[in-house]
Design a protein around this ligand. Structure first.
Ligand code: PEP
Length: 228
């Protein structure tokens, strides 16, 4: 059975209080179902303001979920008002998503900016999930995981077919040389199994389906019990 990465992206959702309720609920289901998450990497990408309080909660609950940030400054610490540097993130989390299509679309992050964000993240020892929407987009060779997320599938309820996602992912891996790749775009607990059953797909990046603790728990359960 391959190692599965499941990376929930909360985007700009939840107060810290709501986030703590989510982790409390998840922890109860995890204890009750005795889910064996060895060999799986479960990640939740939260707003920056949530990293510190949630890290404390996760440590006290002993749940095997790691936290990540949804973006990182392409600059070092310094006179860059409003930016959060890689060094600041590393104090509280081990992962970051770089290149999400919403960052490219709404915040005009270019391939060049994203390359610099990856450099800063790697200098601080952060693990990086790098998002692309097709096999032709450049992928910095130092990233840890590539996420293939077709634009028309994000938040629409429409997914790529598992077979096509697998073939695009195989191409991305071949061109980029990155050894781990996941699919994102309207993944749910009901369809996750069909994606992780594909030979080249090592996991998923759900947005909407990560917002509810019990849906996310079922999504993990269904992917672990069906991966090959
Ligand atoms: C995403 O957040 O990258 C995403 C794919 O969202 P959703 O699962 O809601 O389509």
């Amino acid at each position: 059975m391959k190692d599965i990465t499941i990376a929930g992206n909360w985007k700009s959702n939840k107060t810290v209080g709501e986030a703590k309720t989510w982790f409390g609920d998840f922890s109860r289901m995890y204890e009750e179902k005795k889910l064996d998450l060895r060999g799986s990497t479960i990640l939740i990408f939260v707003p920056y303001t949530h990293l510190y309080p949630l890290r404390e909660q996760i440590e006290s609950l002993h749940i095997p979920i790691s936290l990540g940030a949804q973006s990182v400054s392409p600059y070092p610490d310094g006179a860059y008002t409003g930016q959060i540097s890689a060094r600041m993130i590393k104090e509280m989390a081990d992962w970051v998503i770089i290149g999400h299509s919403e960052r490219r679309k709404y915040f005009h992050e270019t391939d060049e900016d994203l390359k610099r964000s990856v450099e800063k993240a790697k200098e601080e020892g952060l693990s990086v999930i790098y998002c692309v929407s097709d096999a032709h987009m450049p992928v910095p060779h130092t990233v840890d995981v590539v996420a293939y997320e077709p634009l028309w599938a994000i938040g629409t309820g429409k997914t790529d077919t598992p077979e096509n996602a697998d073939s695009v992912i195989a191409k991305i891996m071949q061109v980029s040389g990155i050894g781990k790749a996941i699919y994102g775009g309207s993944v749910t607990d009901a369809n996750v199994a069909s994606f992780v059953a594909q030979p080249s797909i090592d996991g998923v990046l759900p947005g909407g389906a990560s917002l509810d603790a019990s849906t996310f728990f079922s999504l993990i359960f269904n992917s672990i019990t069906s991966s090959v």
